[in-house]
Design a protein around this ligand. Sequence first.
Ligand code: ADP
Length: 838
Amino acid sequence: MTCSEAEADVRRLNKLCQLLAALSHAGTLEEVYRVALTSLLDATEADRAAILLFDDDGVVRFKSSRGLSDEYQAAVAGHSPWPQGTRNAQPLVVPDVLLDENLSRYRGALEREEIRGLVFVPLALDAGVFGNLVLYFGEPHECTAGELEISQAIATHIALATQHKRAELACARSDHRLQAIMDNSAALIFFKDVQGRYLLVNRRFEEVFHVTKTDVLGRTDHDIFPAEMADRFQANDRAVLAAGAPLTLEEHAPHDNRIHAYVSKRFPLEEPDGTVAGVCGITTDISEQLKNEAASQRLAAIVESSEDAIIGKDRNGVITSWNKGAERIFGYTASEVIGRPVSILAEPDRLNEMLEILSRILQGHHVEPYEARRRRKDGRIIDVALSVSPVRDATGQIVGASKIARDITDRKLAEQERAALLTREQEARRTAELLNRVGPRLAAQLDLEKLVQEVADITTALVGAECGGFSYGVVKERGESSLLYALGFPMPGNTQAFAPTFHGKGVVRCEDVTLDPRYGKNPPHHGMPRGDLRVRSYLAAPVIVRSGEMLGGLFFGHSAPGKFSETHEAILTGIAAQAAIAMDNARLFEQAQWAQRELTRSNEELRRANRDLEVVAFSASHDLQEPLRTIALSGQLIERKWGRQLHGDDATFLNNINSAAKRMSGLIEDLLAYARATKYEAGEEPVVDAGRILAEVLESLRGLIQEAGAIVTAGELPTVTIHESRLAQLFQNLISNAIKYRNKLEVPRVYITADKRDGWCVFSVVDNGIGMEPECAKQIFRLFHRLHGRDEYPGSGIGLAICQRVVEHYGGRIWLEQSAPGRGSTFCFSVPLGPSVA
Ligand code: ADP
């Protein structure tokens, strides 16, 4: 080796060392290429250089070049002396491109680029050629062995560095991809080495534990988490390492203010050589899932425990779910119906109804809750309240329908009952109103015969009968009643069917009398009434008056069967009751009229008798007074002429004649007064001031009062409706009696008062006289009745009788209020009060 050759070797060796140093710092492939080209140009005579590599599509392309135009690169791209993968490829030297036939097609491009010499050095590894280095010379160039050698050495390093860098990049890419995949996972992923140091965590890990990768990587659980949690995590890791196989663990960890539940899959991560590199964990937060599961379990429990039937069906109306409520309401168990069409619940003749509802739901229409009838397993039809709604999948597509059914049979029955009650109540009210209108009409009719006819007519119209009548009077043994109002009425026989009415026991309503077995069977009429009209519907009611006496029966008929309803029965019952009252009234009215007539007649007789009495008394007293006056006058004349000569018995006889005539005259006068007590002046009774009348009477009695030394006092007296002379007669009689029957031991005192009671004035005349036994109270008012002898107290026994006659004429009365022997008496009498003065 020459000295210059040795220098050249050293220089190349230096270049190689520089290349290796540069390559070791190269971060990217581009840097590797750049370093390679610099080394090539430094180590050879070449003035330009390039690196071409096969791409994945098998075409060789420039990756880096020095001193080459883009046009040239484009023109020669794809050219390689060796196909990809050629093994044992050797450098190819082209000393003069113009002489090489293989390059003739690139000659133009080579000329334009002023390239005359070329050297191709293969870039190859175990898998053969994957590219090449090209050295360019402006002049024809014979390559030296040294140049080739260094080029090859550079090519070998470049090949290795390229491959290494590529692998490194692939690795980094795959790490990046792995990280991206992990970061986009909803699971929490980590990898720890066997010492428990985190080598890898994903974004979810960072989010959940609020840490960053830099906080975590290279650190252990104890560096990151509270001791208790770290201990638990590490214990799990040890368990995985000890098992040498994957483990599934459930873990709970607190974060974000609540306990989260996790399912963690942990497995030992093995190196390609089988050694364990660490523990990998993939942890999923199942808190939400558990919550959802719990919620759906709760929902399922609610559905199961619901009293209502909750039924799911798919788009074809096939039952997909069936709760306990549905079992109870429809009688099928879940296993009996799931998979069967929901139409098994439809009423046989209404199969389409369900399908229509389902199709509306499937079309997205809202279906309002509705009521329908459904068929149970046992065939019974029930009323249900339904609400149907669509069931959607996660994408919102309608996949079926859910139906909630409630058994409302009881409610429906109650509603029907209520409606029936309401109808009945309305009917009852209508009936009552009807009867209220009929009542006064009947009550106004006081003619019994007309009343009976009216009752028959009104009722016939109200119950819609074709004929009607009232049987009145006694029911004969064989059944026909004695008298029947309403002509042409086919009266039913008194058979068992009508016995209650005929015997006053109650209403009979007969749907079809011809079918009633209780009705007579014997010919000729078979219990049917005579007549052309064949009555089939009958309605009959007895009319019973207050006293319990049965007046008769109301009978109504129709030639069609079933014509009379319960309402008609009620109407008839009401009318029968009102008819009974009206008839009772009519009868009473008749009786009252008779009594009135009787009273008028007897009053007339009484008046006549009174008149007769007056006439008799008047004429009697007149006729009697005449001879009596003669006797009295004769007696007086005898006394005047012979009085002094008469002695002894003669004088007594004459005296007797005179006093008897006098007494007789008084008696006749009293009798006349009695007879005239009710004879009054014509016209209305006058209103008189009782006080004034009393004063006048006392004035007329002044002599008597003074003689007896009596004290007469009075309270305030009102005005009364009575003739003056009569009131004076009353005061006169009672006051003179009070003084006449005085107690000899005391000063006679008489006290007159008046008391107003209900339109009457009750006068009281109180004395302190001799009194009498209370038992005598009645007798003393009789004519001529006296309690004492005439010698003791003179009198005729007519005074009180006159007083009674007077007050009774005014409608009042007179009585002895109280009396006892030696304790005085109180006489009272009542007369009508005068009009009150405001
Ligand atoms: P006369 O007084 O003319 O006998 P009356 O008809 O006035 O007839 O009275 C009937 C009887 O009632 C009297 O006889 C007397 O016995 C009794 N009598 C009436 N007024 C009183 C009186 N104030 N006190 C006691 N007895 C009386």
